[in-house]
Design a protein around this ligand. Structure first.
Ligand code: AMP
Ligand code: GLY
Length: 425
C-alpha cells in the first residue's frame, strides 16, 4: 500500500513512524513533513491547505490512502478534494470537520445526540457576554468559536480577563466550568462503526503544576492507571456512537478520527471538546502502544470497512511523551536555533525512547527549530515510571537554546500508580 500523510507535526511523525513499521506499507510519502519525518518518508513540497494540490500529488504518486493529520486542511476541504479524485482518504469532509471547526456546531450536535457536555451560550455581543458570564459565575470559560490551535480558550476567575478575551472574538462560546481530570479518548470511525483507541491524558498548560497559558499540549501519557476500567465503554455508549449516529442522520457522516476531550467530573463524564483528527501529543503515546499494523485500520475507516476489522491489539507497556518547545511558546516562538543531541538519543535510548519532530527543518547537516512545539520525545516502559525515566533521560540529551519543557508529565499518575491508587487531578 502506498500512503501519503499530510501535515508536519509530531502527530504526523508518529503516524509515519507507525506506518513505516507496517509491512503492508510499500511506499510512504509526506507533505510537507519536517526533518524527522524525512528519515522515514519521502517529503513533497505541497501546501497542506490546497486540496487540488494535495489530490494532484496523491494521484501522481498512485497513493492507495491519504491520511490528513491536522484540522486546518480538513476544515479547508482537503479530504473532499482527495476523495473526489477517487482516492481513499482518512479524515472527515469539510462539513463533518465542523465538529472541530465550530464549537457552536459541536454543541448543537451534542444537544441533538444527548451527549453530556458543559452548559453553554453562544454570544456575539458584549451584552450577551456579560449575561452569560453572570449566569455561570467564576471560574469563567470563554472559547473562540473557530479554530485556534488550542489557544482560543481562556479559563480564568478574573471577569475582566474573561470579557477581554470574549470581546476579542467575533463569536464566543461561554460555558460552565467543568472540574475533574481530563481524558482524551480517540475513536476511529467510518461514519457508522466506531472503534475506540486507548485513553490518554494531555497536559495543556505551558508550565509545571498546570500553571501558565493553554498550549497545543506539552506532553501526554497512556494508559491511565487511575481511570475506571469501564470508562471506554461508557464513553462509547454516551458520547462516541451517538455523535457518529447523529452526524450520519444529518447526512454529514463523520469518518476518520473522532477525538473526545473529556472531563471526569463529580457528576459524571462530560465532553469538553471534539476534534476531527488525531490529538497531538496524545497520538504519540497511543500509537506507541498499538500493536495492530496501522495502515489497514486507517484504510478500513476510509473505505467503510471497519465492521469487518479484527479487534485492535494493544501493548501492556506504558508510554510517555514530553514536548520540547521553543523559547516564548505559546507566544510568538523563537525559531531557527540548531538542535543537537538527536544522534545520542538514537544511539543510547532507542528503541524504548525516540524523538518525534514537530517544528523542525533540515538545513544542510543541521536540524533547526521551526515552530512553537519543536520535538515530542517519546518513550515506552513496563509502567509509567519507567517510561517517564526514559523519556526524560532522552530529553536531557537534546539541546536547543532557550527551549522549555514541563518536568512533571505523568509524574502524579506514575507515583499514584506506584503507590497503588488515586486519580490524577
Ligand atoms: P478546548 O480547546 O475546548 O479543549 O479547551 C482547552 C482547554 O481548556 C481544555 O483542555 C481544558 O483544560 C480547558 N477547558 C475547556 N473547557 C472547559 C470547561 N468547560 N471547564 C473547565 N476547563 C475547560
Ligand atoms: N492535545 C490537544 C489537541 O490535539 O488538540
Amino acid at each position: 500500500m502506498k500512503v501519503l500523510v499530510i501535515g508536519s507535526g509530531a502527530r504526523e511523525h508518529a503516524l509515519c513512524h507507525s506506518l513505516s513499521l507496517d509491512p503492508d506499507v510499500t511506499a510512504l510519502h509526506c507533505a510537507p513533513g519536517n526533518a524527522g519525518i524525512a528519515e522515514v518518508a519521502e517529503l513533497h513540497r505541497v501546501d497542506a491547505l490546497d486540496g487540488a494540490a494535495v489530490s494532484a500529488l496523491a494521484t501522481q504518486l498512485g497513493a492507495d490512502l491519504v491520511v490528513v493529520g491536522p484540522e486546518a486542511p480538513l476544515v479547508a476541504g482537503v479530504a473532499d478534494a482527495v476523495s473526489s479524485a477517487g482516492i481513499p482518504v482518512f479524515g472527515p469532509s469539510k462539513e463533518a470537520a465542523q465538529l472541530e471547526g465550530s464549537k457552536a456546531f459541536a454543541k448543537e450536535i451534542m444537544a441533538a445526540a444527548e451527549v453530556p457536555t458543559a452548559r453553554s451560550y453562544v454570544c456575539t455581543s458584549p451584552e450577551e457576554v456579560d449575561a452569560a458570564l453572570d449566569a455561570f459565575g467564576a471560574p469563567y470559560v470563554v472559547k473562540d468559536d473557530g479554530l485556534a490551535a488550542g489557544k482560543g480558550v481562556v479559563v480564568t476567575s478574573d471577569v475582566e480577563a474573561a470579557k477581554a478575551h470574549a470581546n476579542s472574538c467575533e463569536r464566543v462560546v461561554i460555558e460552565e466550568f467543568l472540574d475533574g481530570p481530563e481524558v482524551s479518548l480517540f475513536a476511529i470511525t467510518d461514519g457508522a462503526t466506531v472503534l475506540p483507541l486507548q485513553p490518554a491524558q494531555d497536559f495543556k498548560r505551558a508550565l509545571d503544576g498546570d500553571e501558565g497559558p493553554n498550549t497545543g499540549g506539552m506532553g501526554a501519557y497512556s494508559p491511565l492507571p487511575w481511570a475506571d476500567p469501564k470508562l471506554v465503554d461508557e464513553v462509547m455508549e454516551t458520547v462516541l456512537q451517538p455523535t457518529v449516529d447523529e452526524m450520519r442522520r444529518r447526512g454529514i457522516p463523520f469518518s476518520g478520527l473522532l477525538y473526545a476531550g473529556l472531563a471526569i467530573t463529580s457528576r459524571g463524564v462530560r465532553v469538553i471538546e471534539f476534534n476531527a483528527r488525531f490529538g497531538d501529543p496524545e497520538t504519540q503515546v497511543v500509537l506507541a502502544r498499538l500493536k495492530t499494523p496501522l495502515a489497514g485500520v486507517l484504510l478500513a475507516a476510509a473505505t467503510s470497512n471497519l465492521a469487518d476489522l479484527e479487534p485492535l491489539r494493544w501493548s501492556e507497556d506504558a508510554a510517555v511523551t514530553v514536548v520540547v518547545a521553543s523559547h516564548n511558546y505559546p507566544g510568538t516562538p523563537r525559531t531557527g536555533d540548531p538542535i543537537t543531541g538527536l544522534a545520542e538519543v538514537a544511539a543510547e535510548d532507542a528503541p524504548h525512547a525516540y524523538v518525534l519532530h514537530a517544528g523542525t527543518r533540515q538545513d544542510g547537516d543541521a536540524v533547526l527549530s521551526a515552530g512553537g512545539r519543536v520535538l515530542s520525545v517519546t518513550a515506552t516502559g513496563k509502567d509509567l515510571s519507567e517510561a517517564r525515566e526514559r523519556a526524560y533521560r532522552a530529553v536531557g540529551r537534546v539541546r536547543l537554546d532557550g527551549s522549555q519543557h514541563r518536568t512533571d508529565i505523568a509524574a502524579k499518575a506514575a507515583s499514584d500508580a506506584a503507590a497503588g491508587a488515586g486519580p490524577d487531578a
